[in-house]
Design a protein around this ligand. Sequence first.
Ligand SMILES: [Zn+2]
Length: 484
Amino acid sequence: MAKKTATESFVTEITPQSEDFSRWYLDVVRRAELADYSPVKGCMVIRPYGYAIWELIQQALDLRIKATGHVNAYFPLFIPESLLNKEAEHVEGFAPQVAYVTHGGGEKLEEKLVVRPTSEAIIGTMYAKWVQSWRDLPILINQWANVVRWEKVTRPFLRTTEFLWQEGHTAHETESEAEEETLKILDLYADVCESVLAVPVVKGRKSESEKFAGALRTYSIEALMGDGRALQAGTSHNLGQNFAKAFDITFQARDKSVQHIWGTSWGITTRLVGAVIMTHGDDSGLVLPPLVAPYHVVIVPIGRENWRETVLPRAQDIKRELVDAGIRVTLDDRDERPGWKFSEWELRGVPLRVEIGPKDIEKASVLVARRDTRAKQSIPMNGLAAALRTLLDDVQRSLFERARRFREEHTHRVASYDEFKQVMEGRPGFVIAPWCGLAECEAQIKAETQATIRNMPVVTRAPSASCIRCDAPAQAEAWFAKAY
Ligand SMILES: [Zn+2]
């Protein structure tokens, strides 16, 4: 961390959200040292503090992926071009974003290699070798990897040319098993977002024009960011037999016939770090839910010149006690003003700040400040770890509640297209409206309002209304929003 002078304040260097949300986001990413730009345009360096948040998300997700019977493996970064070309719709969807390797070892390669934009092609090729009989199914494999999709406009965490993710790829005997898997993962993703990231999400199915290239059906979870724009937070695809046919993944069924497997694929990316920033952050910087906070608690010693002798030893004792209790804690013993340290750790979103000074030591208590509400309270040193745990649980819960309230306040059911347009121009958010199911109509709505269909509830009610724009009978109730 760069050394700053005592008079310099971090917080004033962040653009207020109300002035320019996008600027605010970039300021927070930079000032909280989450990520930095790299010499390669569109690629980001994830700095240790940002990476620690990603690791916590990753751990929570990995536990759930394994608990539902999946195992991790690793497939290569390079894919022979001919493999990507096997599934026509897939290659068409990804072609504009693909990066190629043409030379290796000082020689031109006989066949260009694709830097994976996603791994259906290479994994499908391997599954074709591994699956012979219905007894080999299901295959439930996940990989943690990086992928590359050439992007023209990038933003740290939200859209970068290279990003980190997990991609699950499964193979099943029947269509219904594949559908069940696709929806099970959608639920798993929603659970991670809501119970770990404290980000409420809407689960649903994508329209045909927004589905994954080559999939039968795509489902997504969508979250609402602090500026009223939606963020696609994860997708789960039922691939049907499209990839199985392209890559010839067949098996001998129970009735001895030869059949193609039914596939799924699903992914969640480093974009979730962006979702945490934009869901919970405020004008002072990050606000982290405890479950993804690299530090739950920062201890700041308060005192006169001799604080290193009087206060620091007690602060160190408290740190040890908290570490032993499984609390992630840092002690800021730098030679800076306490006020400067407060701003810095507020900027970094640490959920709880523990202040300890000579008077607190006399009273055998500490002053605890919450990042989310800024409420302060005095807590006895005796039993401190347990009290902080309770507070952390409360912070986690209230951040989710606050985000859910925000989403509810920014979700509107509209009765007319005029009303639809008004909402999108004014205070944006989700708009729920009946839709005819026609791609042309969806494209018109996007052209006229910038809003896209984020998704449609999995269990659709019988549509009794007519399409919000064209008056044809509605096929579904769609959630619209301007999106990242
Ligand atoms: Zn329509």
